[in-house]
Unconditional design. Sequence first.
Length: 115
Amino acid sequence: VQLQASGGGLVEPGGSLRLSCVASGITFTTYAVAWYRQAPGKQRELVAYSDVNSPANYADSVKGRFTISRENAKNTMYLQMNSLKPEDTAVYYCRASFFSWRVYWGQGTQVTVSS
């Protein structure tokens, strides 16, 4: 099983980025998907979560700015991030889970919001 995240980078405040995470080795359509982030010196936190056939949930800090989505035909999840703020700077991790039985993480991609 492998989750490969990409799309991070340096962006100015107010800018946008789209993160991608390609999954292999799992039946992607049956897995819930999520994005987490971890800023320096802080704990990893949930950013967005989407279960199969359920509405997405977002951290209050990103509601209205971030959108989680998935493209099952490509075994890929996305995180569209708009109106980025310096406090969004973190390493972003994708996660795929099948209930609590099987949980897989991507390797992380750095997002830096700075002028």
